[in-house]
Write a protein that binds this ligand. Structure first.
Ligand code: NAD
Length: 478
């Protein structure tokens, strides 16, 4: 029996298919083969999930943080023990190379361990009082029931960042994971369940995304919303949450600039950036997209980078020599074709790639564009695919203005050997995360989040825990 025969919702500690009979296909993006069907939750299942999470919160918040940590650590150990099985499911349904899937599951385990420990250190504080015998205390309490919405590009880590942080804070959570890649999140939910999490602390639903968010967010049981996905959907959900005064974390899209200065080792940077750009076929919110190359190294960088992109082996993620899998769904193929065609119509040149590969699966060539004007759509819209745009610059101030031009502000990268330039760009880049001379984002212990249209709040780091807590002030006399 395959994992796809047992796809299910997880409500109140039990796997269930729900009563409506509604479901949707799960399709292998490498072969177009239907792997199975994922059941959908409708209002009755959502009501059960809400009641269960409400009850689960009352039980879980009373478990002390040392005991909570033990459960989370056990879940992390189970993820490590089951890494091959869950990674296989992840590659089958999402397409990324098996080795990337394994890294993702192991990262999920590390994130869970990090929050297990950090939950034990959710310290409050004592504020000096103005009168004798008074104690002013700040006590950190869990927010309550969380509704989490996680996407298909990293079906495991994007879900775990919400689940582990919420649970470590003492919250319960209903998570709606992506219908297109449901098997790997279910594998992770099983780890939490088998680790001894009380029923109701974690519920998993799938369904029609808008139906679910529009039902869960207004519910008085839900106290916090965490969404990862596109800017338009994020804005819609943030406004819905605001109408009901719900706290929110929004991890939305990006359009990362890469600033490469004249003084770098061009070969090394180009090589590193090919690997970064083609990771998960570019379907990464922090994927480098706009490459700003200083005058003297422009030609060499474009040549090196283009040759690296061309040499990237594209194929089924289960083949050992595959370096880049297919795009996760046909929508991305359409998006790539539309953006590339628009860029070409506006004068852009394709140095390599630009086309779909074959007619089975969603394979797309790693693509490099040059001579693309700022008016082209790809210079303004997140491509979310394996396309990089090369641009030329002369001066630091000029490139900073270009890098900060868009309403996105998630990740930015810079490469230079000059300390002054490094400090200047780190200060001036208007984004939630900046890394200089390497790719250093998204570790469990560092905050991950954006500014401007890329959202607000953090996942990861201490900041990723506190968004699931409220500071209660207690002043006591006597
Ligand atoms: P989309 O905007 O329809 O969906 C993005 C995600 O939001 C999906 O997981 C989807 O299930 C969910 N979603 C959509 N409408 C929703 C609603 N009303 N309520 C709750 N959840 C909802 O687009 P898509 O075609 O699935 O993805 C394409 C775009 O999404 C990309 O261009 C990229 O910008 C963005 N995206 C970003 C991330 C990220 O990590 N920030 C992840 C996946 C997708």
């Amino acid at each position: 029996m395959s994992q796809y025969d047992t796809l299910s919702l997880f409500i109140d500690g039990k796997m269930t298919n729900g009563d409506s009979g509604a479901s949707s296909d799960v399709i292998n993006p490498s072969t177009d083969v239907v792997l199975g069907r994922v059941p959908h939750a409708k209002k009755p299942e959502l009501d059960r999930a809400l009641a269960s999470a409400d009850k689960g919160f009352q039980a879980w918040r009373k478990v002390n943080s040392f005991e909570r940590a033990k459960v989370l650590r056990k879940a992390a150990d189970l993820m490590r023990a089951r890494v091959d099985d869950i990674a296989r499911v992840l590659t089958l349904e999402q397409g990324k190379p098996f080795v990337e899937s394994k890294i993702e599951i192991l990262a999920g385990a590390d994130i869970t361990d990090w929050f297990a420990d950090e939950g034990r250190r959710a310290y409050g504080r004592i504020i000096p009082a103005r009168a004798d015998g008074v104690r002013n205390m700040v006590i950190m309490e869990p927010v309550g029931v969380v509704a989490g919405f996680s996407p298909w590009n990293f079906p495991v880590t994007q879900a775990v960042r919400k689940i582990a942080a919420a649970l470590a804070a003492g919250c319960s959570i209903i998570v709606k994971c992506p219908e297109e890649t449901p098997g790997s999140p279910l594998g992770i939910i099983r780890c939490f369940h088998d680790a001894g999490l009380p029923d109701g602390a974690l519920n998993l639903v799938y369904g029609v995304p808008a139906e679910i968010s529009e039902y869960l967010i207004p519910s008085p049981i839900v106290r916090k919303v965490s969404f990862t996905g596109s800017v338009p959907v994020g804005k819609h959900l943030a406004s819905l949450a605001a109408q009901h005064m719900k706290r929110t974390t929004m991890e939305l899209g990006g359009h990362a600039p890469v600033l490469v200065f004249n003084d770098v080792d061009v070969d090394a940077v180009a090589k590193m950036m090919v690997a970064t750009k083609t990771r998960n076929a570019g379907q990464v919110c922090v994927s480098p997209t706009r490459f700003f190359l200083q005058d003297k190294i422009y030609d060499k960088f474009v040549a090196e980078f283009t040759s690296g992109m061309k040499a990237t082996k594209v194929g089924d993620g289960m083949d050992a020599d595959t370096r880049m899998g297919p795009l996760a769904n046909p929508r991305r193929i359409n998006a790539m074709q539309t953006l590339i065609q628009d860029a070409q119509e506006k004068g852009g040149k394709v140095q390599t790639g630009g086309k779909r590969i074959g007619n089975q699966g969603n394979f797309f060539e790693p693509t490099v564009l040059t001579d693309v004007p700022d008016t082209a759509r790809i210079m303004n819209e997140e491509p979310f695919g394996p396309v990089a745009v090369m641009c030329r610059f002369k001066e630091t101030d000029e490139v900073l203005e270009k890098a900060n031009r868009l309403p996105y502000g998630l990740a930015s990268y810079a490469f230079t050997k000059d300390g002054k330039t490094a400090t200047k760009v780190a200060d001036a880049l208007d984004s939630g995360m900046v890394t200089i001379n390497h790719f250093g984002l998204a570790l469990p212990e560092v905050p991950f989040g954006g500014v401007k249209d890329s959202g607000y709040g953090h996942e990861g780091g201490l900041e990723g825990l506190t968004v699931y807590m409220t500071a209660k002030f207690v002043s006591q006399m006597g």
